[in-house]
Write a protein that binds this ligand. Structure first.
Ligand code: LIP
Length: 247
């Protein structure tokens, strides 16, 4: 097993979760980013800075790629953290408790350790390559249900309005084949649901690596599959579609 300092990494992500849970709503600063419905808050930046500092102490050789602000250049042979400080920022702004912190450790373009923390449910999803996937202390596995007895989660790619029609058409096609569909607003939490067997398939036509990198290892270690909607391996250095499912 990789002798990563998991215990301290877990304490770090949970302490960031406390910041999100104990938000002072009168002090949130909200700014618009590129594309419709694309926001960053002062809490996204606060949590990202705390993660960057804390992860650097635990993994001094690792570079840092976070959703907010300047990103270090990704290279195939480096050691990186790919981090989304608040995945589901629009939900966070609305105080709609479906957001999380997503952290992926990447070596030679492979995610080998990841953690996703939902502070509202105190659920820490984590995985180490070759060592399985867990929710807190419990080992998790993807469901064994066929699509006909499954629930499909999807993302509407709100930042890419040109993908909306195709996203909802695909969702409707899956709705006809499955029990029902769901739209949570957090791709990372959707991938946790697939890894924990709480749903059978998740798709979104355009996401950034910080939305899905941690979830990729989690779903894989839980026995599932993560590809692009074309069936390719999702990139870690550019935006991609995601299709995460049980086998
Ligand atoms: C969000 C994803 C969501 C997607 C949004 C956005 P963010 O991440 O979790 O699934 O639909 O477009 O990418 O921007 O809140 O970190």
């Amino acid at each position: 097993m990789q002798n990563y300092n998991l215990k301290e990494a877990f304490q770090l992500i949970k302490s960031c979760g406390e910041i999100i849970k104990n938000v002072d709503r009168s002090s949130i600063n909200i700014e618009e980013k590129d594309g419709p419905a694309n926001f960053v808050t002062s809490y996204d930046v606060l949590v990202q800075n705390k993660l960057k500092e804390g992860l650097h102490q635990l993994f001094p050789n690792a570079k840092f790629i976070g959703e907010e602000g300047e990103q270090e250049a990704f290279d195939e042979n480096g050691e990186f953290f790919i981090v989304d400080p608040i995945d589901g920022t629009t939900n966070f702004i609305k105080d709609y408790h479906m957001n999380c912190i997503s952290v992926a450790h990447v070596v030679n373009a492979e995610v080998d350790f990841s953690m996703i923390y939902n502070p509202y449910l105190d659920e820490l999803f984590w995985a180490v390559k070759g060592e399985g996937a867990y929710c807190n202390e419990k080992r998790i596995y993807v469901s064994e249900q066929p699509l006909s007895n499954g629930v499909v989660l999807f993302g509407s790619s709100p930042y890419d309005a040109d993908l909306a029609k195709k996203s909802f058409d695909m969702a409707y096609e899956y709705f006809l084949k499955a029990l029902d569909i769901r739209r949570s607003g957090s791709a990372a939490l959707d991938m946790c649901a697939i890894a924990a067997g709480r749903a059978e398939l998740f798709f979104e036509l355009m996401l950034s690596p910080w939305d899905y990198a941690a979830g990729m290892l989690l779903v894989h270690e839980a026995g599932g599959v993560v590809t692009t909607v074309e069936g390719e391996k999702p990139a870690l250095n550019k935006r991609s579609s995601i299709l995460a499912r049980n086998r």
